[in-house]
Design a protein around this ligand. Structure first.
Ligand code: PMP
Length: 288
């Protein structure tokens, strides 16, 4: 039976509950991570723990002080949850809530932030999309303005992304491209975006108002190591329309080829060779 880590111990899934007064539920006040497990080993765990603690610090939640978990204890708890559920290839959802409080916003009047770790299986996109590429659409919902709620914070408030996702699904696509407040390409609802043009790889920089994806950073490193010119720069939709290749990255999605945007074919309409090469390199990395 599935075991969930909550409040310092592993309990059966049905017993893993939080208070209805928890501000994670009432206000989306909390942070989270989505992590992969390959061959029983948690992939890039330290990077995810680091980003979790950074997201928490950005919302003025001190995990060590307020939730009583150090980075080391957090990593151990993730590994323990994965082992207890005998996950070989799967997915971990790590959630920190602000804790239960009163019916008002003030986080100072909450207590007991909850650390929740769920280890399960995930299949995000159908195989057909990996084989033939995704048809992507641009959402009218723009990415959160970084001055309002920084997309670099992986917070429990995902409504911005969900509203864009609904637009994608309505248009028959499982993802949607989100632009920033300046009309530049930011990212997708749960994935970062890259293009390839004339052998050069480009992706929006964090200044575009995006989540600094761990898969994104990994792919940037792999691309540089493989000798590709790799730049983080401002992109507009025109750059995608005229690109040779386009692909998305994310922990759950890994690397997904994109073959059209808003009904316009990207490149020759097939997953491209650079995307395939990076995919192969990424598969090799997973084995280590
Ligand atoms: N952007 C957003 C908005 C995300 O939620 C995610 C994670 N699902 C990503 C990008 C990809 O980040 P990562 O590679 O760290 O999973």
């Amino acid at each position: 039976m599935s075991q969930v880590f909550i409040n310092g111990s592993l309990v059966p899934k049905e017993a893993a509950t939080v208070s209805v007064y928890d501000h994670g539920l009432l206000y989306g006040d909390g942070v989270f991570e989505g992590i992969r497990v390959y061959a029983g080993k948690v992939f890039l765990l330290e990077d995810h723990i680091e980003r979790l603690f950074e997201s928490a610090a950005a919302i003025r939640l001190d995990i060590e002080r307020d939730a009583g978990m150090s980075r080391t204890a957090m990593a151990a708890a993730v590994n323990e949850t994965v082992s207890a559920n005998e996950i070989q290839d799967g997915y971990v959802r790590l959630v920190i809530t602000r804790g239960a409080g009163y019916l008002g916003l003030d986080p100072q009047r909450t207590s007991n932030p909850q650390t929740i770790i769920i280890a399960d299986n995930i299949e995000l996109y159908p195989q057909e999309i990996y084989d033939n590429g995704m048809h992507l659409v641009t959402a009218t919902t723009i990415r959160n303005h970084p001055g309002a709620l920084s997309p670099r914070i992986k917070s429990l408030n995902y409504l911005n992304n969900i509203l864009a996702k609904i637009e994608g699904v309505d248009a028959g696509s499982p993802e949607a491209l989100m632009l920033n407040h300046k009309g530049e390409v930011a990212e997708c609802t749960g994935d970062n975006i890259f293009i390839v043009r004339n052998g050069e790889i480009r992706t929006p920089s964090t200044d575009a108002g995006i989540l600094e994806g761990i898969t994104r950073n990994t792919v940037i490193c792999l691309a540089k190591k493989a000798g590709f010119p790799m730049t983080e720069c401002g992109l507009v939709r025109h750059d995608i329309y005229v690109a040779d290749e386009c692909f998305l990255t994310g922990s759950a999605a890994e690397i997904v080829p994109v073959v059209s945007l808003d009904g316009r074919t990207v490149g020759n309409g097939r997953p491209g060779p650079v995307t395939r090469e990076l995919w192969d390199l990424f598969q090799q990395l997973k084995g280590h």
